[in-house]
Write a protein that binds this ligand. Structure first.
Ligand code: HPA
Length: 232
């Protein structure tokens, strides 16, 4: 038990898939895992453990944004001994060549959150993916002809920005897309010496203003899930 998770000791696997949406956690567990059980319903933030090809894997909803996700990641690591966190989520494209349904592997995550400014006054920390997980994901995608983009992303604190052109400065520096969690997760993983990787599918584009209908989001998640599960 921890403050926000009611799993018993040993019920959460060392490897956790972390979607934002708790119902997506349920969908992932029920679609891809066997022998699934639900270990958490606190705050409706569903968490499941099951088996993938004989290996235990958990799937935990993390909510939206760095603060919510860091509550769950902190408890998963410190109370349940989790060693590997794979965020599986969606992102908004910042680049014309990053299109709806594309897969993006986050090599690093810039942020406009103050989370690391508070940790490292007068300095910037560079939140970076686990090289081992990143390399495995890329190797799997290449070997299976799954197209992907890899690079720097932005973990932003603001979904509905006052300035519609805010993204352009990041885009000018090659940032591929925006989501709201990874810089926090990579930082916490570094702090506790565990592995973390974020895999994203593009659900909307700030360049073209298109957005994937909710129904089509699920279909585009499947290839990303294939990569995530292959590397656990
Ligand atoms: N901005 C931030 N987070 C997101 C977006 C976006 O456009 N799309 C999906 N998550």
């Amino acid at each position: 038990m921890s403050l926000h998770l009611e799993a018993k000791p040993g019920e959460i696997a060392p490897t956790v898939l972390l979607p934002g949406d708790p119902l997506r956690a349920q969908w992932i567990a029920e679609t891809f895992l066997e022998d699934v059980f639900c270990y958490n319903k606190v705050r409706g933030m569903l968490g499941y453990t099951g088996q993938y090809k004989g290996k235990p894997v958990s799937v935990q909803g993390g909510g939206m944004g760095i603060p919510s996700n860091l509550i769950y990641c902190h408890e998963l690591i410190t109370a349940y001994g989790v060693k590997r966190i794979l965020r599986v989520g969606t992102a908004g494209s910042y680049q014309p060549h990053v299109q709806l349904q594309d897969i993006v592997l986050a090599m690093s995550a810039s942020t406009d959150s103050n989370i690391n400014a508070n940790r490292f006054p007068n300095a910037t920390f560079a939140p970076t993916a686990s090289f081992e997980l990143f390399e495995k994901a890329i190797r799997y995608a290449k070997d299976h002809d799954i197209p992907f983009k890899a690079g720097n992303i932005l973990s932003t604190d603001v979904f509905y920005d006052d300035h519609p052109k805010y993204y352009q400065q990041w885009a000018a520096y090659g940032v591929l897309c925006a989501e709201m969690e990874t810089a926090g997760i990579y930082t916490l993983a570094a702090k506790y010496g565990i592995e973390a990787l974020t895999l994203l599918t593009i659900s909307d584009s700030l360049v073209t203003k298109e957005a994937l209908p909710q129904k089509e989001r699920e279909a585009s998640l499947r290839e990303m899930m294939e990569i995530a599960l292959a590397i656990v």
